[in-house]
Design a protein around this ligand. Structure first.
Ligand code: DGY
Length: 320
């Protein structure tokens, strides 16, 4: 099918692998320079766009859709799509594609790294050394083993299960809480428990839920209060599932011994944010999927989703 007259727009950079895939098939308008496309230019592009390649950095809602009357598909290079108003897209028959699957291992690796960091002071130890304090390493205190500890995973989809596999290699017991119990949980070496049991019995908690109305703010003051004293907390899902003040208070008081966050609320997290004043919190800047291989795969799936949707074929992954 000749799609050459179809216009695909992107307000940021498209990775070479996806550029190559798209550029002979469609008419592509992307902003391959630093920063964002100028506002006037963007408005013009929206007006004529059949497809939007989204890198996830803009809100896609009724206001944007009104400016894009021909739009048939939004393909986003991420698994999360909380920046997209799904109802508004559905109401206008705009299909939404995303990229689950391809980023599972990269994200699970970061979760595992943060888990180990909360137990073993890796980042703190580095800063200590860098500050010339190697000789005073006792000041860091002792870490704790992962071995023989209980990891509670909240959200047991592909990423949650991939975190479980990595934690099993460290000899952890895995419990999980999820909207629905997973049929194959025994094969994954994980036991389904209630939300309350997970909070009360986990030595470590890793959060891998999607952000939706039922998960928004689920880690609030009550949730932190219900945790074991000295629990360790890792979040690689979305910052908005956590009440930031409640987390700050829980870590400051010692209720939570350490936290590792790849996602925060707000994002970007300002360098002078109170969370960063606490020595036992490690924050990475939402880089869980940021590897060369994974970003290439995400870009390619996004490009393939666009071509599929414009050709009337099923996308590799569609948000319903
Ligand atoms: C996702 O895909 O939702 C990730 O958070 C992006 O890195």
């Amino acid at each position: 099918m000749d799609l050459k007259d179809k216009i695909v727009i992107c307000n940021g950079k498209i990775r070479p692998v996806a550029l190559e895939y798209l550029q002979d098939k469609v008419t592509l308008k992307s902003w391959q320079q630093r920063g964002r496309v100028p506002e006037e230019q963007w408005k013009e592009w929206l007006q004529e766009a059949d497809a939007l390649y989204s890198t996830g950095n803009i809100r896609i809602d009724e206001t944007l859709l009104q400016k894009a009357p021909k739009l048939q598909v939004v393909a986003q290079a991420s698994v999360g799509y909380d920046n997209i108003d799904v109802e508004a897209c559905n109401a206008r028959n705009v299909k939404i594609g995303n990229t689950p699957g391809v980023l599972v291992n990269a994200v699970a690796d970061i979760a595992y790294a943060l888990l180990i960091d909360t137990a073993r002071n890796i980042v703190r130890g580095h800063l200590h050394t860098k500050n010339g304090l190697w000789g005073e390493r006792k000041a860091l205190g002792l870490g704790v083993d992962l071995y023989n500890k209980t990891l509670g995973i909240v959200g047991f989809g592909d990423i949650g299960s991939a975190i479980a596999k990595r934690a099993q290699a460290s000899g952890m017991r895995i419990i999980y809480h999820n909207r629905n119990r997973r049929l194959n949980d025994a094969a994954l070496g994980a036991r389904y428990v209630s939300w309350e049991e997970l909070l009360q019995t986990s030595d470590f908690i890793a959060v891998a839920v999607t952000l939706n109305p039922s998960t928004r703010g689920m880690f609030d003051e009550a949730a932190f209060a219900a945790m074991k004293d000295g629990a360790r907390f890792v979040n690689i899902s979305r910052g908005k599932v956590v009440d930031t003040d409640a987390l700050y208070n829980a870590v400051k008081s010692g209720k939570v011994a350490a936290a590792g966050l790849d996602v925060t609320e707000p994002e970007p997290l300002p360098g002078d944010h109170p969370l960063l004043t606490l020595p036992n919190i490690t924050v990475t800047p939402h880089i869980a999927s940021a590897t060369e291989e994974t970003r290439d795969e995400m870009a390619l799936v996004t490009a393939q989703n666009i071509i599929a949707a414009l050709s009337g074929q099923p996308m590799l992954a569609q948000v319903k």
